[in-house]
Design a protein around this ligand. Structure first.
Ligand SMILES: C[S@@+](CC[C@H](N)C(=O)[O-])C[C@H]1O[C@@H](n2cnc3c(N)ncnc32)[C@H](O)[C@@H]1O
Length: 177
């Protein structure tokens, strides 16, 4: 029998979009431009409809606290799926921008998932900060992050940092020092 974690890419990601955008008008209005409201709606879909392989609120809080502490101007995520972590962490990056121009890059190889992230990021009011780059993230390129070095990298997938190609490791090493 398949684990819940293995259940994805069966149409549920698009179904999620219909669920969120199909919320009653008054609820949708409260969710618009409200990252935490969008996260609540995604959690609700995961509870009531189908499992989604998101970082979730508990583990997400650890990273959100880190972002609040580090206040990165640029953050990169490897593997965005439907945008839960991207919305949670880009929202936090924006909250701590303190007048700086900040960016959160979410790299996602599945173009359908990348489109879902963009639609939910727009609803959350984060399109100015959250940039989705469709394509494989194992060889992180300058163009994927518009030439910016990141201050925080979130590995949103089970491949370990050690498996990332050397260019990626070099970029991560450079930002770690
Ligand atoms: C566990 S999900 C990410 C969950 C997301 N970070 C969150 O917490 O909301 C892993 C995602 O990584 C993507 N992925 C896997 N290999 C990838 C690669 N080489 N480059 C970019 N994305 C990749 C998958 O398509 C999937 O959407």
């Amino acid at each position: 029998m398949a684990n819940a974690q293995d259940q994805f890419d069966d149409g549920r990601e698009i179904e999620l979009l219909h669920y969120v955008y199909g919320l009653p008008a008054d609820r949708l209005a409260k969710v618009r431009n409200n990252p935490d409201g969008v996260l609540d709606a995604i959690d609700e879909y995961g509870r009531k409809k189908k499992y989604l392989m998101n970082v979730g609120a508990a583990k997400g809080k650890i990273v959100r606290d880190l972002v609040a502490e580090v206040k990165p101007a640029t953050m990169v995520e490897l593997g965005g799926y439907i945008g839960y972590s991207a919305i949670a962490f880009a929202g936090e990056v924006k909250k701590h921008a303190n007048g700086r121009s900040v960016k959160y890059y979410s790299l996602e190889r599945n173009p359908e998932f990348a489109a879902v992230i963009m639609a939910l990021a727009d609803l959350a009011g984060l399109s100015d900060v959250l940039k989705v780059r469709e394509g494989g993230a194992l060889n992180l390129t300058n163009s994927q992050t518009s030439g910016h070095y990141s201050h925080v990298v979130f590995a949103g997938h089970r491949w370990s940092i050690n498996k990332l190609y050397s260019t990626t490791k070099e970029r991560i090493r450079r930002v770690a020092h």
